[in-house]
Design a protein around this ligand. Sequence first.
Ligand code: GLU
Length: 322
Amino acid sequence: MIDQPEGRPLRGRYAPSPTGYLHLGNVLAALVAWLEGRKSGGTFVLRIEDIDTERSREEYVRALCEDLTWLGLHWDEGEGLGGSYGPYTQSARYGRYEAALARLRALGVLYPCFCTRARLQGVGAPHPGERQVYDGRCYRLSPEERAAEAARRAPSVRVHVPPETISFVDATYGQQKADLRREVGDFRVRRADGLYAYALAVVVDDMEMGITSVVRGRDLLGETAGQIWLMRALGGTPPRYRHVPMLVDKMGLRLSKRQKGLTVRELREQGMRPEEILSALAWASGILPERKVLSPAELVGACDLSRLRREDIAVDALGLGK
Ligand code: GLU
């Protein structure tokens, strides 16, 4: 059994953005989330994170459902199945994000930000892989300056984080600690074009869907402290987090949905079987102690999630694909 906050039954989720075909990195996150659900007898939810409507496509929603089904990673609730926490598609949940924004406004933690992308790129340009921390320029604007900026352009909306340190234990990466002001900074909850930001949507959804365990890529580990703070500000209890390592190509670059050759579709076209793909991922990520090919149901018993490695995984090491 997997320990749950306050002994609540596990409700896990896989929350892909339908911006391309599922690749092996996405499958590792889905596999670990699915295994966690199956090992604990909990509920595995599939939520579609199409909050970025410019990049999301209905075609990719269908494709990812087909791919997960073909792999044998069946979900209990969510896309296509429904359930009592729906809708499970972010573009159908705007009213909830608006309500959350109103609560934050009432708490007095929001302010408009007029910074252009060009300016933001220049702000404390981070080293590769580091999180960019907003310098708070628009928080410090006087009412007159704010009015003058507002006449020129539509603002995005940021939350002003307090001088607090957030600590949590990630099931893979261990004890984490972040100084909100210094390491996270004031982050956007609504974009200048009116779309809600991922940071707001993910928190509202995990909270309102009663999610107790979040499994996702390590690239989001740095976003977690801010999300925990936001969830508490909205009155929620943060879930437990289990970040999974990234899959990288020969150059050490993370797989992206734009990359060819390592999507589930392509591997299937090359004649690969679902159990070969899942077992190779389970072995290369450390959770399956021996290199062998097992069915998804067999993987549930054979995998030990506490052995999940922290380091990036080279796709070449999987011995799949061309
Ligand atoms: N939708 C995000 C993605 O596909 C994942 C967000 C999350 O799991 O919290 O990268």
